[in-house]
Design a protein around this ligand. Structure first.
Ligand SMILES: [Fe+2]
Length: 225
């Protein structure tokens, strides 16, 4: 069964563009946001106490505060005031914390025949979060709150191919390999979701590499201890 959000993505023509492999921007999809700033902060505070590896504060590709070390004791939303200082709070796998978002990822995965996960980015005051970078998988962005400026470049000659402004309800598809950078304008706040769409083969490869790493760490020492 398809939910209202999936219908919105389909109506916006976004999932078709993923097949074509070209950047595609929908200024106003008409979709109501699924996530608020307050809920993002609440989730981040909760995860820092449990699965802290999923939370980072970063800017321009550099991690300013990592997981458990985010301004200890990082246990109240007030402590997130650090975000006012040109930074972006990144909450990985936020779909696992919100059932409706988990359902949407599952349904998007069915439409695209890929594994889909979602990360939340709460940015402030001129922060560029990850800086200019390509991804090795397709991404779909969905603006939830505030404004964010994006530039996408051609993967072959690095020339700018698109500059857009995302507002709540905007959707943006960026194919794998296309370098991109997003900036929260100075003095403003922005919240968006990034859906990562990974092929099943790549997901299996990544999982297998991770398992090898974990098993290598668990290898018994020579004396059998
Ligand atoms: Fe990216």
């Amino acid at each position: 069964m398809k939910n209202a959000w999936i219908h919105g993505f389909l109506r916006a023509g976004l999932l078709n563009s993923v097949v074509k492999g070209k950047p595609y921007f929908v200024e106003n999809s008409g979709l109501s946001p699924i996530l608020t700033v307050e809920e993002t902060v609440r989730i981040a505070c909760r995860l820092i106490k449990t699965r802290f590896l999923l939370v980072n504060i970063l800017d321009n590709g550099k991690i300013k505060y990592r997981g458990r070390n985010i301004i200890p004791p990082f246990d109240t939303p007030e402590k997130l005031n650090v975000l006012r200082d040109k930074a972006t709070l990144m909450v990985n796998y936020v779909h696992a914390e919100i059932p409706a978002l988990g359902d949407l990822c599952f349904l998007l995965g069915q439409e695209l025949d890929k594994i889909v996960t979602a990360n939340g980015y709460l940015g402030s005051n001129g922060s560029t979060a990850l800086g200019l970078h390509p991804d090795d998988h397709d991404v779909i962005l969905w603006q939830q709150h505030g404004k964010k400026l994006w530039e996408v470049r051609n993967p072959d000659d690095t020339q700018t191919v698109l500059k857009i402004t995302m507002l709540p309800g905007s959707l943006f598809y960026i194919p794998e390999r296309f370098p991109h950078v997003g900036e929260t304008p100075p003095g403003e706040e922005s919240l968006h979701l990034t859906f990562a769409a990974i092929s099943r083969a790549d997901a299996i490869r990544q999982l297998s590499a991770l398992m090898k790493k974990v098993m290598a760490k668990k290898k018994p020492s020579q004396n059998g201890v």
